[in-house]
Design a binder for this molecule. Structure first.
Ligand code: KG4
Ligand code: ZN
Length: 353
């Protein structure tokens, strides 16, 4: 029985998972509404919100699971990568609980957590070696994963993460933050072939990604048009209703902009799966794991259905940041007795390999 704690970015989360697979509780306090007003995550505000939320969130997770702290097998906490001030809140609280309850501590890499969100649910069907594509607001990485969870980095973004590209494009067009979910919901109303984007040619490792070019292409597209009015209308809508419906968005979004969104999403999905195909062939993968916030994207899920290998995604609420995946990733570490001690630190740039 592992208590997972996650506070690397803008969600304070705690969960109890039994035997590495059975979810006993999953509590997430999101700060989206706080950061949404600023068009992105504000680190200082995030730390303060984690401080406010961490105690009730952990208490809730234990209460819903019906377990007392002292009967836990371990406490697994995200040690990085992420915002240092945010990570520190989860790590410090986890250390305090570990000391008070006499329960061992496990340090978990957030990216490994995202991979385990899929592993925990599909352990039986997953064939190894697997290719893991981790796509979120902070990361775009491809790893070769063995059955014993040894990782090899195959490629990563050289600039923006895929989710970051969704967020920046949405912000530029007045759709608020986070951008992925809005673009995903509006893309079906546009023509995905209306605007052509070129896939970047990567020098050196061709399995690396780059999303800054497509972001600039979108910027140029907007500069070639007069868009002030429609952008102002969307910003006004956001001030009135923090969570507009698709119909409300469509009322302030001309067809040309819907076409742009559809084309942008198609281009990102094509790039992700194109390089994933190349990587999977090169390593001789037997299955594909897709995880991280962008794994929610319906265009990506639909396109992955046609991937040449079986593709596995986490269920919806385990795609974005949560503590279930941290507890699940802690399970093999518990089995190997890879405990952390009180010198565990927050590591902003922690790498998986
Ligand atoms: O994994 P996550 O919750 O946090 C990080 O570790 O970054 O991912 C958040 C990211 C944001 O960039 C958000 O725009 C993106 O995931 N995202 C999506 C969708 N839902 C969330 N991107 C595309 N389509 C979606 N449906
Ligand atoms: Zn994440």
């Amino acid at each position: 029985m592992i208590l997972g704690i996650e506070s690397s970015c803008d969600e304070t989360a705690a969960a109890v998972v039994a035997d590495g697979v059975e979810v006993r509780s999953n509590v997430v306090a999101s700060q989206l509404d706080i950061h949404g007003r600023w068009g992105g995550v504000v680190p200082e505000l995030a730390s303060r919100e984690h401080l406010r939320a961490i105690v009730p969130v952990v208490r809730d997770a234990l209460a819903q699971a019906g377990v007392g702290g002292r009967s836990l097998s371990a406490i697994a906490v995200t040690e990085g990568p992420g915002l240092v001030g945010s990570l520190l809140v989860g790590i410090t609280y986890a250390k305090a609980l570990s000391l008070a309850w006499g329960v061992p501590l496990l340090g978990v890499n957030h990216i490994e957590g995202h991979i385990h969100a899929v592993v925990m649910e599909h352990r039986e069907q997953l064939q190894f070696p697997a290719l893991a594509l981790v796509v979120s607001g902070g990361h775009t990485h491809m790893f070769a994963v063995t059955e014993g969870f040894v990782y090899r980095l195959l490629g990563r973004t050289r600039d923006d993460a895929a989710g970051e590209a969704f967020d920046k494009v949405a912000k530029l067009l007045g759709f608020g933050y986070p951008g992925g979910p809005v673009i995903d919901r509006l893309a079906p109303y546009g023509n995905p072939k209306a605007v052509r984007f070129t896939t970047p040619n990567m020098k050196g490792n061709t399995l690396d990604f780059s999303f800054s070019g497509i972001k600039t292409a979108v910027l140029r597209w907007t500069q070639a048009r007069t868009m002030e009015e429609e952008i102002a209308a969307r910003r006004a809508l956001l001030r009135e209703t923090p969570h507009p419906t698709v119909e409300q968005w469509r009322a302030v979004t001309p067809q040309a902009t819907l076409d742009l969104l559809a084309s942008f999403q198609r281009a990102v999905v094509k790039d992700l799966l194109g390089r994933a195909t190349e990587a999977a062939r090169a390593m001789g993968a037997k299955s594909l794991i897709v995880s991280g916030g962008v794994a929610c994207n319906s265009g990506l899920r639909a396109a992955a259905g046609a991937f040449y290998l079986p593709a596995f995604f986490p269920r919806g609420e385990l795609s974005t940041d949560n503590a279930v995946m941290i507890a699940a990733a802690g399970f093999p570490k518990l089995a190997r007795q890879e405990f952390a001690d009180f010198s565990l630190r927050a590591k902003a740039n922690l790498r998986l390999v």
